[in-house]
Design a protein around this ligand. Sequence first.
Ligand SMILES: Cc1cc2nc3c(=O)[nH]c(=O)nc-3n(C[C@H](O)[C@H](O)[C@H](O)COP(=O)(O)OP(=O)(O)OC[C@H]3O[C@@H](n4cnc5c(N)ncnc54)[C@H](O)[C@@H]3O)c2cc1C
Length: 383
Amino acid sequence: MEQMGVNVQGKSCDIVIVGAGIAGASIAAELSSRARVLLLERESQPGYHTTGRSAALYSSIYGPPIIRALTRASGHFFNNPDSRFIETGLLRPRGLYFIARKDQSETFEKTQLELGDGVVPVSLSDAQETVPILRAAYVDRVLMEKGCADIEVDLLHQHYLKTFKSQGGDLLTSCEVQDIEKSSDGWRISTNAGIFNAPIVVNAAGAWADDMARLAKVKPIGLVPKRRTALLVSPPADQIIDHWPMMVDIDEQFYMKPDAGKLLLSPADETPSQPCDAQPEDLDVAICVDRIEKAFDLSVRHIDHKWAGLRNFVADKCPVVGFDSEADGFFWLAGQGGYGIQSAPALSRMAAALVMGDPLPRDIQDEGVVAADLSPNRAGLSA
Ligand SMILES: Cc1cc2nc3c(=O)[nH]c(=O)nc-3n(C[C@H](O)[C@H](O)[C@H](O)COP(=O)(O)OP(=O)(O)OC[C@H]3O[C@@H](n4cnc5c(N)ncnc54)[C@H](O)[C@@H]3O)c2cc1C
């Protein structure tokens, strides 16, 4: 890497990363053993936005093919995290049922064909034995995904933040990036906590990634934040739910999964939104309860907790990773959609290799991932 050692408020810094969600934290950890890195986060808590609001699922058959490849390439780390900051495992086994009504037969068959060996049909009686509240009058067919799991998201995020700090990285929280200007030797980043300079800026600002680009006078990538709602409710008193699989409507119109003794429900909404501190809307909550009560013998009388988060997509629904070809030293790590946790271990290693000008890690190449497919300069980013 060229242009090392630009002064940052008395400290030398090679790379400034904006955003300390899972994207910024993971690439910060990957880069900090080789470069002097500063990580800037507007909130006082780094996981406050999308990272802290996910459904925490690991599924290697979810998302576009490149996400599936990155998720598979992340599997080794998830299963064998070699970190002094992780004492327990990062994954807990969780089954997954795709459920379909009679009128969804076409999607059922298409999904079964597309997912091939990744799924097996389950008889309705077996599915009901596992999940007694599944309504026989509603569900016609069930497919089971093998090998998915719940992710310990906070543990993963903390592992990256602690690794970063232990390697000499600096994290500034409550530090909002307000302007980014090109300077003679890189980028001048103005914040409420001072001005920082570095040859490379990494844009890991989640829903605000296009806003960061506009500040830097870099062409936006057409990112659309999409709101997704989640609720926590109590299960029926007579049910033991820990072993229940996640249950997903075959058209992804709702899902339900056990979560620390409660049931997490979602209408799987994808409402376009401005970047913001997303909040659940009453209508989405009502739609969610209606869909769930139709499919399950569950009467939702009280919602223990509800929230919403933004899943951020470009038109082809694949992440955007790489240097902008028209803005020297401006690196994108954005658009992880609904898959940014399960793909983070591989995506961060890939992104760090691109920042440092290295070839992609061999295991990621072996999964068929090519840098050009995620490039910010690829065709068809905007709708
Ligand atoms: C309901 C829901 C369910 C999901 N379920 C799953 C799942 O099961 N599995 C999965 O893998 N993924 C899931 N996801 C997606 C996953 O959560 C995201 O892909 C991931 O968290 C994105 O991380 P991020 O770091 O890009 O964004 P964020 O966590 O939003 O981080 C971006 C950070 O940038 C900071 N920032 C922005 N602007 C500035 C500024 N000007 N100055 C300083 N800092 C700034 C923000 O404060 C924020 O902390 C889900 C998402 C939602 C909403």
